[in-house]
Design a binder for this molecule. Structure first.
Ligand code: FES
Length: 81
């Protein structure tokens, strides 16, 4: 399976809105999920007021929380199985 590319915006606005919570979540996902994802940082996804923002395989998600991120990843990984 091709890895799911997750870009977490680490720009100032997203940082202030909680991007670090998303990074912390991604560090503690189950080991079998870790092998399926490629986590990268990026400086701005150009939706600064709606952060924290991520891009998953090129699709931007705004206002992310760890729970929402888990739902997105779960759907993608289950669909690929
Ligand atoms: S700082 Fe995150 S979208 Fe601009």
């Amino acid at each position: 399976m091709k890895k799911v590319v997750i870009e977490v915006c680490l720009g100032t606005s997203c940082h202030l809105l909680g991007a670090q919570d998303l990074m912390a979540y991604l560090e503690r996902v189950p080991k079998d999920w870790k092998e399926l994802i490629d986590v990268r940082g990026t400086t701005c996804l150009h939706h600064c007021g709606k952060g924290p923002n991520i891009s998953v395989n090129g699709t931007i998600y705004t206002g992310m929380t760890p729970d929402k991120l888990q739902d997105v990843l779960s759907d993608l990984i289950e669909a690929a199985e």
